[in-house]
Design a protein around this ligand. Structure first.
Ligand code: ADP
Ligand code: MG
Length: 565
């Protein structure tokens, strides 16, 4: 079901289009109508299938923007997830005037939160611990809530939030809509549903038996910002005559096509916004070999019928097992050999594991090719052509020139051959700078990186450079080791190498950035500690960081041994 064929509100449709969504994912198509009807629901679908929008879209459609009171509450297991969900819902609400969406979670200044709440917020996304905290202080008035969503319900129960959740549910008005979203549906979830929902409809995205084509399938663990570079390397390495590259959104298709063209590839894109005439033109160019790379969304690719595709690249991990099978089914047809390559960022690995499990297929982890790997392959290809030329004879005039040069200078023929090889390999032969840019020192994606949470963001007039500067200045860790920085209005996530994390955390204690005192903490797991330790927080935290420190100690000892491996 395409979004533009539904009768969702115009502002929502506009936001969805801007986010680049084309078609609803299966869980969205199944869940959105049920939620819009006002029914209680249990929604089950694997990770990465778009559950946030499955409840976020109907939630927004049902919010009354003229009413400033709290209307919808979403509970998430961790601070990080609360922030992610809030960002997604904010994007969906971008064109809805007067709708305020606020994440609340532990670690954030309570007074600041209370001030934001006073401004009138209709949608809150929070961790159970912090929501309870506000409930007790009466800074959150639950009496007007009409809809509650438990996101990642299974995860929340696993983390021991059951009691907190029940306390919150009991505080809500009887007349309300209760939604439960989860990747799995164990008995405790069904028990919760039984007690707190009314005639809940169960919406499950069931999986068909899928037959996966027998081709070699690989995946690569990468960081989001390195995806274009990694794809370029894979393209150089495999040098496929004709390849399909899949993205999850129209916007990503456009961005990637522009990037690939800048890098000098013959690429073009296909997605649902193109007119039939444009589609025909792109397809014709792909068939005739005018372009080697076709970048497409799943929807747009449905009509493609080209037989000799050598490789499929999943630039984004597909959102559904079925999409995966359709995508890779484009290669290896008619008995030809094909390969598929999937780029995986962070948590997406769980989605890929799901795909492997349900499709009963093996996708092998491969390291991202280094510049050296690419050089080797390019050299090999050049050597093959050299062999062909030698076999073909007729090199007399060349050998004469070489003899003359060797006579005049003092070089050997081996040296000359090497220099000529370097020349013919062009920029690639010496370009190790790219590797540094990729930060491949410990193997892309496999180096343990720690994600840190910093409680200041864009609104505090702080730029990423300030944060890098403060970390480097205070901890002595070189600034270029700082990984990705995601800056939001009120907070920032920063990645640092795992072995530096504790040092950075200690160094950043009581530090000011641009005159503001900042709090730096590990990003994950925050929600849980917060939920379980209300009132006795500091003691709990101390013993925890003590633990971490000793672990860290062992780790740095172990690392020395590793470098000699
Ligand atoms: P889940 O909660 O099921 O694990 P998310 O809601 O986090 O999955 O969605 C995963 C990703 O898919 C997000 O980046 C989201 O923006 C994107 N997404 C959601 N719905 C669609 C859609 N209909 N088309 C394309 N991308 C989508
Ligand atoms: Mg989710």
């Amino acid at each position: 079901m395409r979004f533009d064929e539904t009768n969702l509100n115009a502002p929502i449709l506009r936001a969805v289009a801007e986010m680049g969504f084309e078609e609803m994912t299966p869980i969205q198509a199944a869940a959105i109508p049920v939620v819009l009807e006002g029914k209680d629901m249990i929604g089950q679908a694997q990770t990465g299938t778009g559950k946030t929008a499955a409840f976020g879209i109907p939630l927004l459609q049902r919010v009354d923007s003229k009413d400033r009171s709290l209307q919808a509450l979403v509970l998430c297991p961790t601070r990080e997830l609360a922030i992610q969900v809030a960002e997604e819902i904010r994007k969906l609400a971008k064109f809805m005037h007067g709708v305020k969406v606020l994440p609340i979670y532990g670690g954030q200044d309570m007074n600041k939160q209370i001030r934001s709440l006073k401004g009138g917020v209709q949608v809150i996304i929070g961790t159970p611990g912090r929501v309870m905290d506000h409930m007790r202080r009466h800074t959150l008035k639950m009496g007007t809530v009409r809809m509650i969503t438990l996101d990642e319900a299974d995860e929340m129960l696993n983390m021991g939030f059951r009691e907190d959740i029940e306390t919150i549910l009991k505080e809500l008005p009887e007349e309300r809509q209760t939604l439960l979203f989860s990747a799995t549906m164990p008995q405790p979830i069904l028990d919760l549903a039984e007690t707190y929902q009314k005639d809940a409809e169960i919406v499950r995205v069931v999986k068909k038996e899928l037959t996966v084509p027998k081709i070699e399938q690989y995946y690569y663990e990468v960081r989001q910002k390195n995806k274009p570079e990694v794809l370029a390397r894979l393209l150089d390495m495999y040098d496929p005559k004709r390849a399909l590259v899949f993205c999850n959104t129209k916007r990503m298709v456009d961005e990637l096509v522009a990037d690939l063209q800048l890098r000098g590839y013959f690429a073009d894109g296909l997605h649902g916004d193109l007119k039939q005439q444009q589609r025909d033109r792109v397809m014709e160019a792909f068939r005739s070999g005018k372009i080697d790379l076709l970048v497409a969304t799943d929807v747009a690719a449905r009509g493609i019928d080209v037989d000799d595709v050598e490789a499929v690249f999943n630039y984004d991990v597909p959102q559904d097992d079925e999409y995966y099978v359709h995508r890779i089914g484009r290669t290896g047809r008619a008995g030809r050999v094909g390969t598929s390559h999937t780029l995986v960022v962070g948590r997406e690995i769980y989605k890929l594991k799901d795909i492997m499990r349900y499709c009963k297929t093996k996708i092998h982890l491969r390291p991202v090719p280094s510049v050296n790997d690419i050089n080797e392959i390019r050299a090999e290809k050049l050597m093959n052509r050299v062999d062909e030329l030698i076999a073909g004879g007729e090199l007399h005039s060349m050998t004469e020139l070489i003899e003359k040069h060797i006579d005049e200078t003092d070089c050997t023929s081996l040296e000359m051959a090497a220099a000529l090889l370097k020349l013919s390999m062009g920029e690639f032969a010496t370009d190790t700078a790219i590797d540094e840019g990729l930060d491949m020192s410990e193997g892309e994606g496999r180096s343990a990186r720690a994600r840190l949470f910093v409680n200041v963001g864009k609104r505090d007039k702080i730029r990423p450079g300030d944060i890098v500067g403060a970390i480097a200045g205070e901890s002595g860790m070189p600034g270029q080791l700082v990984g990705s920085i995601q800056m939001y209005d009120n907070y920032t996530f920063v990645e640092v190498p795992g072995e530096y994390a504790e040092e950075v955390l200690q160094a950043m204690h009581n530090v000011k950035i641009r005159g503001r005192s900042v709090l730096v903490e590990r990003a994950n797991g925050g929600g849980k500690t917060e939920g379980k330790s209300i009132g006795k927080r500091s003691g709990h935290d101390k013993s925890k960081s003590g633990e971490k420190r000793s672990v860290q100690h062992k780790r740095s000892g172990g690392k020395k041994g590793k470098t000699s491996e």
